[in-house]
Design a protein around this ligand. Structure first.
Ligand SMILES: O=P(O)(O)OC[C@H]1O[C@H](O[C@H]2O[C@H](CO)[C@@H](O)[C@H](O)[C@H]2O)[C@H](O)[C@@H](O)[C@@H]1O
Length: 309
């Protein structure tokens, strides 16, 4: 499972190789995926005459990675930055988390939320006369028939992981996450074995991997890339040249969205990573604080272009 964490393309394990090799490698990666902050003017320039649509992953992008998934809070500064962006551009949170949970973390109305890797998409909620949020914003649920199965598999995993110190299971409604960040590395194999043995009874479910997490999800052809396409279409931008989608994410599952943008030749993927890794993103940012800075600059630039409003 070592490879399931963000990977760094390292030379072979020969200890005498000079450190500078690594620096060369880093600098060639950064040349291929330059900082979105350094390239801000170019990005802003290419959006002229186009409508920016912003797609934001949550964990590792808006909130720093922490040990306890239930405490992955975003800062108030980040919340303000996202709120600012959403004031000017349609904005979606696209996450592996279940939609309700990420909504509780982000705490902003007026956004699109695509939870469970895009299998559960809801538009901005509207308040009814009695001031309750209505449900009309539901746009899409890709895998309803899998709900009982996901529930069942989640319960079996909870049971099975009881004997692995540090492992935890998170039910994300249309998918399940098995976390091993806090598991001693010598027991990672046990986690993998438990997951594989349970999954062998569910041929309609598959595994993907994220940052120290194994994700179990339906075999349907749906991912964050499909969610991005779906949202662009819902916003009226299918086959439009007047749109500039920007997707910011840190994880392997975000690569599906980066690939869609690359294949469409439209917009940009921005990967959040401190280390070189294989990616289809165009630009990079090092960490969530830089994501916040990028979002704030976008807002300032938009306000300037509107004459200070
Ligand atoms: O698509 P994302 O929003 O990036 O969600 C992917 C997974 O993110 C969360 O796990 C990750 O963040 C946790 C909190 O920082 C960290 O403890 C864990 O090791 C990371 O993998 C979330 O808890 C998972 O359910 C998501 O699938």
């Amino acid at each position: 499972m070592r490879a399931s964490s963000p990977t760094r393309t390292r030379p072979g394990n020969i200890s005498s190789l000079p450190e500078s090799d690594e620096e060369d490698e880093d600098s060639s990666w950064i040349a291929q995926h330059p900082s979105a902050l350094k390239m801000f003017e170019e990005i802003a320039e290419s959006s002229k005459g186009k409508r920016i649509v912003m797609f934001l992953d949550y964990d590792g992008t808006l909130s720093p990675i922490v040990e306890d998934p239930d405490r992955a809070y975003m800062t108030e500064e980040m919340r303000d930055a996202v709120k600012g962006v959403a004031r000017y551009f349609p904005t979606a949170i696209v996450t592996g988390r279940c939609q309700d949970k990420v909504r509780r973390f982000v705490k902003l109305s007026g956004l699109y939320y695509a939870g469970s890797h895009g299998m559960d998409i809801k538009g901005p909620s509207k308040k009814t006369k009695d001031n309750k949020n209505n449900n009309k914003g539901v746009l899409f649920q890709a895998a309803n028939e899998f709900l009982p199965m996901i529930d069942q598999v989640s319960k079996s995993l909870v049971e099975k992981m009881k004997d692995v110190v540090g492992a935890s299971v998170e039910n994300n409604k249309f998918c399940v996450s098995v976390h091993y960040r806090c598991v001693d590395q010598k027991d990672w194999g046990v986690v993998a074995e438990h997951v594989t043995s349970i999954l062998s009874e569910y041929p309609k479910l598959r595994l993907t991997q994220g940052r120290k997490v194994i994700e179990i999800r339906p075999t349907i052809k749906w991912d964050k890339g499909k969610a991005l396409e779906f949202l662009l279409e819902s916003l009226g931008f299918a086959d439009s040249n007047n749109v500039l989608p920007i997707y910011i994410g840190d994880d392997r599952t975000d690569e599906d969205a980066f690939k869609v943008l690359r294949e469409k030749g439209q917009g940009f993927g921005i990967v959040v990573s401190k280390v070189p890794k294989e990616t289809s993103a165009t630009y990079s940012l090092q960490e969530p604080s830089e994501v916040g800075e990028f979002l704030r600059r976008l807002v300032e630039w938009k306000q300037m272009s509107l004459g200070g409003r």
